[in-house]
Design a protein around this ligand. Structure first.
Ligand code: ADP
Length: 417
């Protein structure tokens, strides 16, 4: 079953969207401020220094926001822009439209603030609005703020400020709708994944109940017949059948445990002694039917250390080698299973090949599907290769298959490490 990846969930979160938007708004504000600086270069040095300070504080704000100090970043941005608006409202000579910049600024703050701290934001914005409006109509009242610029230059600076503020607002709205679009996409993708997971869950429950009931039903039947039997040889025979069914049940339960462990536990990379793991797996499989008639060949070209999840690797090898034994072609004079391992500079390649019965062309693409069995000869639950693929993908590897009906099968696994 596929669990939706965490990354897609993130963007769906409203606050994350606001923070992403805020980062982009700061970058755009910085660009606007740099344009302002270019225009102000001919002004006196105080204005240039002020512009540089603002750009520097924008940098700090951006850094804080990407480092997850979102509230601090937003408060800093709020204080900075409020101070600029406040200062220019108070310091310009004549009644002008500097206070107009308050409105796009307020809208930007509301858009980037997220769901929390809204009340604080509204009260701060209201206070600022009152102050700016007051200063607009009583300009130049605060005596300690020295007026800057010349009266003739005021309208141009004001126009630039207003254009920059509205451009930033337009950018914010455009970016917000883009980020919302991306979140919608992520939501759709998540819905698709959930739908798939749900279908797989349905199939899983159906197949589990079927695969658990079938051997149980035959065990019950065998016990009933055995109860009526007095012949010792026949009784031993029935017991053997019961043991067989119980082993099958046990294998199935083990597979479900493997599957559940794979989804619930993290990958743990350790240094791998590949030859000894293969040896251990073959040793554990030696009691499997027909294992005694198999010739195992190994071929290792290992020139550096390999780091993989040991317990997952063991389960993968166990499933593949056990299948190679299970689906050996008993009509062939010799059954051979070959295990290769080769390390390349940035890859590790494993191959498990056999000269068994092979898989029909029509079945090969579906072989890794949950509960899929390719032949009537199949003795298992059809869960093994599904688990193998899930585990390999969890270790950031890929598995592929080459097969020829009647000739044999080869599984190739590539790990990017
Ligand atoms: P099962 O428990 O049925 O073995 P798997 O998921 O391990 O389930 O394998 C799915 C199907 O793929 C099997 O039923 C079998 O038909 C086919 N298969 C797997 N490995 C091999 C192999 N080495 N050779 C031939 N057929 C194979």
């Amino acid at each position: 079953m596929n669990v939706p990846p965490k990354g897609t969930q993130l963007l769906i979160d409203y606050d994350v969207r606001c923070n992403t938007l805020f980062s982009r708004v700061i970058l755009f504000s910085t660009l606007m401020m740099i344009l302002n600086l270019v225009e102000d270069l001919q002004d006196n040095w105080i204005v240039i220094v002020l512009d540089l300070i603002v750009i520097f504080v924008f940098g700090i704000t951006y850094f804080l926001n990407v480092r997850n100090f979102h509230l601090l970043a937003k408060v800093l941005y709020f204080i900075l822009i409020s101070s600029i608006i406040f200062y220019f409202s108070a310091a310009t000579y004549s009644r002008n439209s500097v206070s107009l910049t308050f409105f796009p600024f307020a809208a930007i703050m509301i858009l980037v603030m997220g769901n929390k701290n809204r009340v604080v934001l509204y009260s701060m914005l209201f206070t600022l609005l009152c102050m700016v409006t007051y200063l607009e109509y009583n300009s130049y009242l605060i005596s300690w703020i020295a007026p800057i610029g010349t009266p003739s230059k005021d309208p141009i600076s004001t126009a630039i400020n207003v254009i920059c503020s509205f451009a930033t607002l337009a950018f914010t709205i455009f970016t917000l709708s883009k980020v919302n679009g991306e979140a919608d996409q992520a939501l759709l993708q998540q819905q698709e994944e959930l739908k798939k997971a749900n279908q797989e869950l349905d199939r899983f429950v159906y197949s589990i109940s079927h695969d658990l009931r079938a051997p149980l039903a035959s065990i019950k039947g065998l016990i009933q017949v055995a109860n009526l039997e007095n012949n010792q040889t026949k009784l031993t025979d029935y017991l053997k059948h019961i043991e067989n069914r119980v082993n099958k049940l046990d294998d199935f339960v083990k597979e479900i445990i493997d599957y559940s462990r794979n989804t619930s536990t993290q990958v743990e990379l350790t240094e791998i002694d590949f030859p000894s793991i293969v040896q251990e797996v073959i040793e554990n499989l030696k009691f499997q039917d027909y294992a005694g008639q198999i010739t195992f060949c190994t071929n290792y070209k290992i020139t550096r250390t390999i780091h993989l999840d040991k317990s997952r690797l063991k389960i993968v090898l166990n499933n593949l080698i056990s299948n190679a034994i299970k689906y050996a072609d008993k009509k062939k004079a010799e059954s051979i299973v070959t295990i290769d391992c080769q390390t390349l500079p940035h890859k590790t390649v494993l191959t498990i090949s056999d000269n068994g019965i092979g898989i029909g062309e029509e079945h090969a693409p579906k072989i890794f599907t949950m509960f899929y069995r390719a032949t009537d000869q199949a003795q298992g639950s059809g869960l093994g290769l599904y688990i193998v693929k899930e585990m390999i993908e969890k270790m950031h590897g890929q598995i592929s298959l080459e097969t020829d009906l009647g000739k044999g099968t080869s599984f190739r696994i590539v790990f990017d490490s």
